[in-house]
Design a binder for this molecule. Structure first.
Ligand SMILES: C[S@@+](CC[C@H](N)C(=O)[O-])C[C@H]1O[C@@H](n2cnc3c(N)ncnc32)[C@H](O)[C@@H]1O
Length: 316
């Protein structure tokens, strides 16, 4: 049992773009697959169903509650193993299993899970009050409350602007700094109220603290850095013909995935003007289809799918 993890899980996660992601992985029964964002195993379960007795699935998640759920769900399942850690270490986990260059598919379903968002105790929610934590792995790094207590004004503004694309970052940060001088900001409810009061632009159907919370969460969990570290390791891990499928939930993530696939499709960089052939460029990936979005039926059933984008590529 992972420390800090509960056995009973009252918060459910509904997998996003499930059929599309499974289809994208092009599963062969004896293949090797990695679900690098296990969550509550919505995708993993279907991958396992499609694997034969000689197939294998590795799950990865940095959240101890997700890992505990995985152990419970697949107890005694010899084809499944789970790593508690960041997918920025995917290469090491794959190497340890002797799978380098042999993996047939890797799925990244990025961002937070519904159990993380819905449990106020995890500190991600601006709708329900709870301790201001926001760590996917509460045993690593510092909480959002600790960071906000001491970070320089300029640093907080830069986080809100860069990771939240928050136009009113400066105003909001001035309010945060004034508030923390009165008392430490240690609850999600207080932070949401401070941001809402300072934000002059209330968008329809969007809580005024949405962008700020997203930004702080991305920063605290170094989400974009982990992605950037992971993607090249996926390319190394894949067997020729192996698939990479990535579901992202906001434009910053999607931009990184799109650029990465484009660069890998193009291959090595040569100075402009050099007469190089396509083969000399050594492309490493081939893009498979176009970006995919949730259909009307899924959107009605699961509002979280609203911003989901699936991109797929295949190792050359
Ligand atoms: C959107 S959920 C995945 C849901 C899953 N596909 C399902 O259907 O149940 C994202 C999960 O990835 C995990 N995660 C996010 N970033 C991670 C990282 N850098 N390393 C490992 N796990 C990560 C989160 O803890 C969360 O459980």
């Amino acid at each position: 049992m992972e420390s800090g993890a509960t056995v009973t899980d009252t918060y459910l996660h509904r997998p996003v773009l499930l059929a599309e992601a499974i289809d994208a992985l092009n599963i062969t029964p004896a293949g090797i697959y990695v679900d690098a964002t296990f969550g509550r195993g919505g995708h993993a379960q279907v991958i396992l169903q499609q694997l034969g007795p000689h197939g294998a699935l590795l799950g990865i998640d940095k959240d101890p509650q997700a890992v505990a759920a995985a152990r419970q769900m697949f107890e005694g399942e010899p084809r499944f193993s789970i790593e508690r850690g960041t997918f920025a270490m995917l290469g090491q986990y794959v190497q340890e299993r002797g799978w380098m260059g042999k993996v047939n598919g890797v799925l990244l379903d990025l961002g937070v899970s519904s159990p993380q968002l819905d449990d106020p105790q995890r500190g991600f929610s601006f709708r329900q009050d709870g301790p201001l934590d926001m760590r996917m792995d509460p045993a690593t790094g510092i909480s959002a409350a600790q960071w906000l207590a001491s970070a320089p004004e300029q640093e907080i503004a830069s986080v809100l602007y860069t990771y939240g694309e928050e136009r009113y970052a400066r105003r909001i940060v001035r309010a945060i700094v004034a508030a923390r001088q009165e008392a430490p900001i240690i609850t999600t409810g207080r932070l949401a109220a401070i941001v809402a009061a300072a934000n002059p632009a209330w968008e329809r159907d969007k809580h005024p603290a949405t962008r700020s919370f997203q930004a702080i969460r991305i920063f605290i969990n170094h989400e974009l850095e982990d992605m950037q570290a992971c993607l090249p390791q996926v390319v190394e891990a894949l067997a020729p013909g192996g698939r990479l499928a990535v579901i992202s939930f906001h434009s910053l993530e999607d931009r990184i995935v799109k650029r990465f696939i484009r660069e890998q499709v193009r291959g090595d960089d040569f100075p402009p003007g050099l007469p190089v052939t396509q083969a000399q460029l050594r492309p490493r990936l081939r893009a498979v289809g176009k970006a995919m979005y949730a259909g009307t039926e899924e959107l009605q059933a699961n509002p979280r799918a609203r911003s989901a984008v699936l991109r797929v590529a295949e190792k050359v």
